[in-house]
Structures are given as structure tokens and as C-alpha cells.
Design a protein around this ligand. Structure first.
Ligand code: 5BU
Length: 268
């Protein structure tokens, strides 16, 4: 793991072009915030992406909750991602057999591979799912596509723990060209039995909130500071930001807290 280095140093050393770009964006914009933009209409989604875009490194979508989804949703997101310099992450949580996920990733109404730089997948079905997504990425003719493995989940009673989480790391290590890292509550790769010294998986941490401990449906939160101290590299926050009375003020608070915590981690 290289979690003790700056984003700039990690950008220079990382072999994967998409991770290089992600780290370079973080360094340039001084942000490790991933906005979980769980808005349900195209207008609301694009409006929040435009207002908060300058403060985030990645915009995470659940594109299947957008009630009026269409080409203008994707054109709008792609244009804003270029204008404000952030990446697009579709939180699709692929979980089926390889043959099905290839169709879900490339085709269908959502054509996720066309526009999302990052997707995530569960390894419940075994490593074939990652092999399938990896194959689509390598044959897809588009550069800058990558996968995060769902190694843990933040919801109460999650079964993604222990050996399951460990297996996520081992499968990631078999597909270093397309697996960028993990969605997890803390750093994992240093616990791996076969970690190589130059391995640098990126840790995205969801369930981040400055003022709440959870919700009525089992979500469990930690703060930006505890997440970064635990080895997280990018903080995924949704309602704490977009549902705040002043989302721009809120995103700046998360941005500052996340950035300061990262600087403390690498200088201590
Ligand atoms: P929130 O509003 O910050 O609670 O939103 C969290 C987002 O992250 C939401 O889109 C979830 O679907 C997503 N999520 C999560 O909360 N916990 C997990 O373990 C994973 C994703 Br993986």
C-alpha cells in the first residue's frame, strides 16, 4: 500500500491510467470527495453536479433511480464531468454470472460502459464476474475504465466480512489492469497475504457523514476524519451533502475535513 504518500506521488507511481487521473484530480482540486448524487430526476442530478462539481473528485450515480433517464442524462453528466474535471462512478453493484454482467455493463438501456469511468461489483458469485468485467474493459476499445470490488458494506449486519473481504483482495490482485481498488470502510490491501510492495489499491469509503450516525434503514456512518485515518483514500457522501440546507457549504466542509485528514495521515 502507498497510503502514506500524497495523491501527487501516487499519481506519478501508479501504473493504471485511470487511477493516475483520479489522483491527479484529487491533487489539483484538493478534494477526496465522491458525491453520492442520489437524485431521482435528470434536472436535479445535473443541477447538483454542476453546483458541487468544483469540489468533488468523483460523482457517484445510481442511474436506475432517475425517473426520466435518457440520452440527455448521460450527455449532461459527461459534459459536466469534463467541465468540472471529475470522474463518473455508476454504483451498479454487479452481482450476477459473468455472461449476464457483460450485457448489463455494455448494453441495455443504460449503456454503463459508454459513460461510467468506474463501476463496482460484488464477488458473491466468485471471480468470474470480475473476469467478465475485466474482459469487457480490455476489449471495449475505451480507455479509462475500472472496477471497484465491494469488499465490505456499511449497512447493519452486512455479511461482507472476514474471509469474504479477504477473498475480495485476492481476486483484485488477479486483475490489476482493471480493478482499481475497493469499496470498504478501511484499508484492506496491507492485510493481504500476497501484497506486493508496489501494490496501490484505492480505497473508497461509503457511509460518511459529519453530523449523523446512521439512518432508520440500517445505514451506519463514520466521519471523514475516522475514515481517512483508517486508510480510506476517497470519501463517498450523499445525504450529508446534497440534502443539507446549503449543499455548497456542506460539500466545502466535507472537502476540507477529508483533505486535512489526508494531509495529517501522510505527514504523521
Ligand atoms: P448516504 O446518503 O451518504 O447514506 O448515501 C450512501 C450511498 O452509498 C448510497 O448511494 C448507497 O447506495 C451507497 N452505499 C452505501 O451506503 N453503503 C455501502 O456499503 C455501499 C454503497 Br457499497
Amino acid at each position: 500500500s502507498r497510503s502514506g504518500l500524497s495523491y501527487e506521488q501516487r499519481a506519478v507511481q501508479h501504473p493504471n491510467p485511470l487511477v493516475k487521473k483520479l489522483f491527479a484530480i484529487a491533487e489539483k482540486k484538493k478534494t477526496n470527495i465522491v458525491l453520492s448524487a442520489d437524485l431521482t430526476t435528470t434536472n436535479e442530478l445535473l443541477d447538483i453536479a454542476d453546483r458541487l462539481g468544483p469540489h468533488i473528485a468523483v460523482l457517484k450515480t445510481h442511474i436506475d433511480i432517475v425517473s426520466d433517464f435518457g440520452p440527455s442524462t448521460i450527455e449532461g453528466l459527461t459534459e459536466l464531468a469534463q467541465r468540472h474535471d471529475f470522474l463518473l462512478f455508476e454504483d451498479r453493484k454487479f452481482i450476477d454470472i459473468g455472461n449476464t454482467v457483460q450485457k448489463q455493463y455494455k448494453g441495455g438501456a443504460l449503456r454503463i460502459h459508454d459513460w461510467a469511468h468506474i463501476v463496482n461489483a460484488s464477488i458473491l458469485a466468485g471471480e468470474g464476474i470480475i473476469q467478465a468485467l475485466d474482459q469487457t474493459i480490455r476489449d471495449g476499445g475505451v480507455s479509462e475504465r475500472g472496477i471497484l470490488i465491494l469488499a465490505e458494506m456499511t449497512s447493519k449486519g452486512s455479511l461482507a466480512v472476514g474471509e469474504y473481504t479477504q477473498a475480495s483482495v485476492e481476486i483484485a490482485q488477479k486483475f490489476p489492469q482493471s480493478v482499481l481498488g475497493f469499496v470498504s470502510t478501511k484499508e484492506l490491501s496491507s492485510h493481504s497475504r500476497v501484497a506486493s510492495p508496489d501494490e496501490d489499491f484505492v480505497v473508497f469509503t461509503t457511509g460518511v457523514n459529519l453530523s449523523s450516525k446512521g439512518d432508520a434503514l440500517g445505514q451506519q456512518y463514520q466521519t471523514p476524519t475516522t475514515a481517512i485515518e483508517g486508510g480510506s483514500d476517497f470519501l463517498i457522501a450523499g445525504r450529508g451533502i446534497y440534502a443539507a440546507a446549503e449543499p455548497v457549504t456542506a460539500v466545502k466542509e466535507y472537502q476540507q475535513a477529508g483533505w486535512d485528514a489526508y494531509q495529517r495521515r501522510i505527514t504523521s
